[in-house]
Design a protein around this ligand. Sequence first.
Ligand code: AMP
Ligand code: GLY
Length: 440
Amino acid sequence: MKVLTVGGGGREHAAVEALYRSGAEIYAVMKNANPGIISKSKEYLLCDEKDVARVCEFAKEKGVELAYVGPEAPLEVGIVDALEAQGVKCAAPTKAAARIETSKTFMRELVDKYGIEGNLGFASFDNAKDAEEYLKGIDHEIVVKPVGLTGGKGVKVQGEHLNSFEETMEYINEIFDQNIGGAGVILEERAVGEEFTQMVFVDGRNIVPLPLVQDHKRAYEGDVGPNTGGMGSYTDGDHLLPFITQTEREEAIAILQSIVDAMAEEGCPYHGTMYGQFMLTVNGPRIIEINARFGDPEAMNVLPILESGFTDICWKMATGTLGKDAEFARKATVCKYVVPRGYGVKSESGHEISVDEKAIAECGATVYYANVDVKDGKLVTGTSRSVGVIGIADTLEEAEQNCEKALEHVVCDAIVVRHDIGTRALVQKRVDHMRELRSA
Ligand code: AMP
Ligand code: GLY
């Protein structure tokens, strides 16, 4: 089957690889020359991924039947609506359905309207003055978020990034002054616990859960520093995480099913992978955000261990014919993102980077290219995350070691890695944190 893929990051490389493995002929559109995607593509087009007219023209010219869209930005401008209008089936949501991610207010209000479990207290504002009044009247910690898209980098948490009323107001003013996210501010109740990602495949009505993943949003080791798109992530062999029970996981899956039901009811049925980011609190899972796509890096953990055909799953998501289950190998995975120096604040870019794919495979690991580009015949870093390295093994410990061995085969003089991700010490810290909260 001829499949159009949109996006040039690590998540998209993982998806392209899984589509290719399951028999797809790939026609890729991306803004950067991702060598991993290029090597699996029959043809590719380098262009702005939000240029709907050009993407549609390429799809028509190549006669693609199915489309997979990786990032949220093209979804927000209605790429799926345009492709569907010319007869291409899409394993991704329409503009209206993508609001579950593109408007944080839409998500919170939908969950509220349908009485779905897991919501947090919230209030959204279109000016700083009203936000200030609200802030004066509450006595709990909050999280400040631009309502619109910011690539995972716009969120600041009281008690972590914002340590006084003044600092909180300063950030709220900055969002309005600089029009960050472009759609105002939402203030949310701060949830305390351990974060986890539950993704599901969705065909409009039915959902199929993927293994649980834990991402690490903070830029620096020890979970400090600014929020990023995600520095790395792990999965365990049993598809759970060491701090969560099967019952709690089922609560999260039920929340996602309720959201899918509500969207169908609202006349914007959801097709594609849905991403649920939750905080496991002592009172159960609370929704942090819902995204209209795979997580990045989380896709790089789950797609290499997907044993069912991804092309078939995408077709079924697009056409409302999803069955009950998708098979994943019972393997642990640890993904560490190699990022440019300064990432999260101000990245250095344009440095030559070399990746020895063969040596990485010999370490029991795999590598996905992300925000790299080819300049003058050389592979160079961009301003976003560069390369994802994923160790895969029977146990978490071995997977982490494989990942570390493989990282030695990525060479560049201006990169940073969070080496603590997936280590026994950090995972144990998470387990202990949850145990302390539960016993308090
Ligand atoms: P987001 O981009 O919404 O995923 O937020 C980035 C990070 O900020 C999350 O991964 C959490 O660590 C934190 N965060 C966001 N919302 C909340 C919340 N309501 N309570 C506690 N932490 C939050
Ligand atoms: N890893 C977080 C995200 O994809 O939004």
